[in-house]
Ligand binder design. Structure first.
Ligand code: PEP
Length: 244
């Protein structure tokens, strides 16, 4: 079902002491938030976060997963392991992995299937680079990333989340305007509807902060946000969550 959702992506930040302060700040302030809220933490902190978030209503997620079932894949983490640690969500295809770590759309689709097979919800990130936008290729790039998922018959996207994250807006302080974001969200929604995937929530990500969240979340096809930098301080993240 389409839902209002705000997800924090901590990226590769955190420490046992800092996490405790952040998570306790979130649990203390979450009471008046109407949207569903989740935090996607680095793998080693899943157990700590699970314990502190227990009973708070804030969901837990991971930032990556192996496409493989458990086996001889040194250094990888299987979806069933994330599930065992209480993850509801798994971010896949984040641009820092697609571009920085050369993850392909085919691999992202395989990870999406692995997440669904372990009864978790994939947050599939899609988005164009500045060079792609400037040459007018935004729609083709984003639809191509989406189609890699939609073309696999074993992925149903029944509960899935798509995050439109223009690469030029991530961590740069340069947010897409609400109109630019809405245009892409409507396009994504249209492609999902063609494939009868009408329950997918579509988040916007890219330098969202309390000062721009309300205008973005007011757009008809924006169901919430994937928040990086501003999810690392409880008061900033809660202010965004309250923007609904
Ligand atoms: C992200 O990491 O997905 C993200 C959107 O980062 P930021 O909010 O810092 O741009």
């Amino acid at each position: 079902m389409r839902r209002k959702l705000v997800v924090g992506n901590w990226k590769m930040f955190g420490s046992l002491e800092g996490n405790r302060t952040l998570l306790e700040g979130l649990t203390a302030g979450i009471g008046d938030v109407a949207a569903e809220v989740a935090v996607c933490v680095p793998f080693p902190y899943l157990a700590q976060a699970r314990q502190i978030l227990n009973g708070s209503g804030i969901h837990l997620g991971a930032q990556n997963v192996s496409e493989h079932f458990p086996g001889a894949y040194t250094g990888e983490v299987a979806a069933c392991m994330l599930r065992e640690f209480g993850c509801k969500y798994v971010i896949i295809g984040h641009s820092e992995r697609r571009h920085g770590l050369h993850e392909t759309s085919k691999t992202v689709a395989a990870k999406c299937a692995a997440v669904e097979a372990s009864d978790m919800v994939p947050i599939v990130c899609v988005g164009e680079t500045l060079a792609e936008r400037e040459k007018g290729a935004t729609a083709d790039v984003v639809m191509g990333q989406l189609d890699a998922i939609l073309s696999r018959p074993d992925i149903d996207l029944a509960e899935a989340v798509v995050a439109y994250e223009p690469v030029w807006a991530i961590g740069t302080g340069q947010t897409a305007s609400p109109e630019q974001a809405q245009e892409m969200h409507a396009l994504i929604r249209g492609r999902l509807a063609e494939k009868l995937r009408n329950n997918v929530s579509i988040l916007y990500g890219g330098s969202v902060k309390a000062s721009n969240a309300q205008a973005l979340f007011a757009m008809p096809d924006i169901d919430g946000g994937l928040i990086g930098g501003a999810s690392l301080k409880a008061s900033d993240f809660l202010a965004i969550c309250r923007a609904f």
